[in-house]
Design a protein around this ligand. Structure first.
Ligand SMILES: Nc1ncnc2c1ncn2[C@@H]1O[C@H](COP(=O)(O)OP(=O)(O)O)[C@@H](O)[C@H]1O
Ligand SMILES: [Mg+2]
Length: 206
């Protein structure tokens, strides 16, 4: 097992929280290649706090862009050129990589997150809400990943149980249901670790 790319149906679905729990579960390394938006803290900073892992397990971002918007635009604002060479996967394993936004978010004006995932060759985990709208968003995400040759490892759901939506996505998308993390009233490294082992079977990530 070399690692996973954590993508999602949208921004703010819970990718960072899931990635923190997964990196801790695998005793691995976390990498956020492109961080867009710095003033509210960074995903790497949140994973450091929520995973309980030592700081060395949180690899430095390839790009730290000021503005919280699509990376292609954030880079333009900062007058930074984003290159593929600078986005090569770090060698540490197992590696948990968190994408920016969803699968079709542009990294450069003509190169999307899913293109980057395909180049890396890591299997993708789709983080999806259980809330209304998730069937459409999840199935579209699964289709675009596959269309670009990205292996889809499974879907990790976040939120209250909605068995019909979860099963419908996994049946039509022909994808594995990895588990479901509830919304935690108190979120810290301890509560996340406890909830994560209840929600996900470690063997699903081997
Ligand atoms: N399982 C959860 N329980 C409680 N809060 C959560 C959970 N998952 C996500 N959140 C909260 O929702 C917000 C968005 O989550 P985040 O992981 O940053 O999303 P993304 O990385 O997809 O943008 C954050 O404030 C985060 O703390
Ligand atoms: Mg995030």
């Amino acid at each position: 097992m070399t690692g996973f790319v954590v993508t999602g149906t949208d921004t703010d679905v819970g990718k960072t929280v899931f990635a923190a729990g997964l990196t801790a579960l695998l005793d691995g390394w976390y990498w956020k290649p492109v961080q867009a938006g710095l003033s509210d803290g960074t995903d790497a900073g949140r994973v450091a706090a929520l995973s309980g892992l030592s700081q060395e397990r949180i690899l430095p971002e390839a790009y730290r862009l000021t503005t919280p918007c699509s990376p292609h635009r954030a880079a333009e604002i900062d007058e930074v050129e984003v290159t593929r060479e600078h986005l090569a996967l770090p060698p540490q394993r197992p590696l948990v990589v968190e994408g920016a936004g969803g699968a079709l978010v542009p990294v450069t004006p003509d190169w999307l997150m899913a293109d980057l995932f395909a180049e890396w060759g890591l299997p993708a985990i789709v983080v999806a809400r259980t809330a209304l709208g998730t069937i459409n968003h999840s199935l579209m995400t699964i289709e675009v990943l596959r269309a670009r040759g990205v292996p889809v490892h499974g879907v990790a759901f976040i939120g209250d149980a909605v068995p019909d939506s979860e099963q419908t996505i996994c049946r039509i998308g022909a994808v594995r249901h990895l588990g479901r993390l509830p919304v935690l009233p108190q979120l810290d490294a301890k509560t996340l670790r406890q909830a994560f082992v209840r929600a996900f079977d470690k063997s699903a990530f081997s």
